[in-house]
Each structure stands twice: as C-alpha cells, then as structure tokens.
Design a protein around this ligand. Structure first.
Ligand code: F6P
Length: 321
C-alpha cells in the first residue's frame, strides 16, 4: 500500500504543496491520538467560551485549532491560515505560497458521545496581487487541494489535489497514512439521503416538496424507497456519500433571517464540493455550483446540496420549478 507523500510525488504535486499537506497530516495524527484517548486525556467537555460563530467551544475544538494553527504557521510554505474558530485570518511565512482554511473539528457536538468528527481543510494559492484582507476571498474553483481527516473507528485522510480523490487509512502501528482506495467515483444513482429532518417545517417549499416525494417511496413520483442517515457531522455524512453514494443537504432555514444557512463556504462547503466534483458528483447551493461562488466574507455561510449526480439534479429540478 502506498504512503501519502510518495503517492503525491507520483502525481507530480509541487514540493511546496506536499510540505503543506505533510504538515496537515502530522497535526491530524496528534489530534487523532488525543481523540482516541477520549476521557483519559481529560479533553472532553466544553470551555466556557463561544467561538466567532456564537457556538459553544469544546475543549478539543480549541486544542485541535491551536495545534493546526501552530504547525501550519511553522511551515515555510504557508502564507496565512483561516480557521472556523478564529475571528480573522492569521499571517504566516512572508515567502509562503499557500493559504490554508480549515475547520479543526467538524461535528464537535459528537465528541462527548464518542461519535464521528473530522478536520476539513482547503488549500489556496496566495494571490500575487491581492491585499491581505482579501487573500482568502477566492472561489472554490481556485482550490489547489482539499480534503478531510475522519477520526472514526479508523482515522482516514481523504484528499484531492485536482487529480481525482484518494482515501488513506492511518496505520497506527507505523504512524503513516496508507492509500486504501484510489480514484473514488460516487455512483450517479442513489436511494440514500441525509438531512436534519427535525427542521423540516423551516425549509423552503422546494425542499419540502423534494423530501416529501422521497418519503413517499415506491408509491411516490421517484418510484423507489429511500433510506435516511444523519451523523450530525458533515465530515461523516460526506464520507458516506463518497464511499457509497447518497445526497447530503443542509438547506435554507427560515428561523434566522440574518443567518439562514448553517455550513461555512470556506471551511466546509468548498473543500467538500471539490472532493465531490472530483469524484464525479454535483455540489450546488440550489442555484449555482458552490465552487463558482465569489466569497465576500471568510465566515460566509451557504446552502449545500451535494452527492450523487442524478439525485442532486433531481433536487435542483424542484428548486428550478
Ligand atoms: O457545521 C457544523 C455541523 O456540525 C456540521 O458538520 C453538521 O452537518 C451540522 O453542523 C449538524 O448540525 P445539526 O445536527 O444541529 O443540524
């Protein structure tokens, strides 16, 4: 089984980018170790603080964020980092070529129940002509690499550098990520969907009709029975979609008019869309490809519909009507 770095060299990935990805994999091994120690490491539970998103911070959110930030800012190829847990981006090496946006611990409400969580990352090139404040405001199409580490029963790294999607599993005996699946393809058809059904009454009518028709099963217009899954960590739900197909959506919600979407464009939607498109799937906000969106704020939120091509298209057709 191939190790991560030789696999990247075989794909002719630049040494600078390899160094950034190497740093991310090193940080993830430490996070994985702490998570697998669970209560023994004394890091479960919440801090007394809220993050910039107004969410309660878990101790492990803070720890993972600090670890990634410190290690990435130590890498000579990283010009700046932006984290879901930080108010603003943080500047790194003056000669660095790369920008890294990350969600240090996605799905952190799962930490205390020993459920799935993960680190999601997106790597951009530092634009030559942009001032510091706008460096990260690039559409997802500009990403040069993206992926996530899933801290499950096995720790996995799922990565794209724009040459398809490969999956690696952390071999705990040697401390290396080994390639266990390559060139992932999401099946175009599926009968599995993931959505937080408890919010149904707050969705737009198009999403209400679409999910209503899925629930109607064989007797409904889709003429098949569907299965529903909800891990409550995007990283886990998208991993299932990449592994065996499905549709994942976190739609518009009428409750907060100033914040109708939950997921963040830079740290969650863009990197996951890059992976999904590289694996042959679709990723849309309901109106356009997520990766075509020009961001105006590093903490911007967006609607997400992604996964198996035919099923995402079916959902989008309801939105066009
Ligand atoms: O963005 C945070 C997140 O944990 C996502 O990973 C996940 O899809 C979502 O929130 C789950 O939120 P809820 O279960 O509250 O709808």
């Amino acid at each position: 089984m191939q190790r991560l770095i030789p696999a990247l060299r075989q794909q002719h990935v630049s040494e600078g980018l390899i160094s950034v990805l190497h740093t991310l994999q090193t940080a993830s091994k430490e996070i994985s170790f702490r998570l697998h120690q669970g209560a023994l490491a004394g890091v479960l539970g919440s801090t007394l603080d809220e993050n910039i998103q107004g969410e309660t911070q878990k101790k492990l959110d803070v720890l993972a964020n600090q670890l990634l930030k410190d290690m990435l800012l130590d890498c000579p190829h990283v010009a700046a980092v932006a984290s879901e847990e930080e108010d603003s981006y943080v500047v790194g090496a003056a000669d660095g070529d790369y920008l890294v946006a990350f969600d240090p611990l996605d799905g952190s409400s799962n930490i205390d129940i020993n459920g799935l969580v993960g680190t999601i990352f997106s790597v951009l090139k530092k634009p030559a002509d942009s001032d510091a404040a706008n460096m990260f405001l690039q559409p997802g199409d500009a990403q040069v690499a993206a992926g996530y580490m899933l801290y499950g029963p096995a720790t996995m790294l799922v990565l794209t550098t724009g040459q398809g999607v490969d999956m690696y599993t952390l071999d705990q005996t040697v401390g290396e990520y080994l390639q266990t699946r390559s060139q992932i393809e999401i099946p175009a058809e599926t009968s599995e969907f993931a959505i937080n059904m408890s919010n149904q009454r707050h969705w737009q009518p198009a999403m209400q009709r679409y999910i209503g028709d899925l629930l109607a099963g064989k007797q409904g217009p889709c003429e098949k029975d569907y299965n529903m899954r909800w891990i409550a960590a995007m990283v886990g739900d998208v991993h299932r979609v990449l592994s065996r197909g499905g549709l994942f959506t976190y739609p518009w919600d009428a409750r907060k008019t100033d914040k109708p979407y939950k997921l963040r464009l830079l740290y969650e939607a863009n990197p996951m869309s890059f992976l999904v498109e590289q694996a042959g799937g679709l990723a849309s906000d309901g109106e356009q490809r997520i990766m075509a969106i020009q961001p105006h704020d590093i903490h911007q939120r967006v609607g997400v519909i992604l996964g198996s091509r035919s099923e995402v298209q079916r959902c989008l057709d309801y939105h066009q009507d």
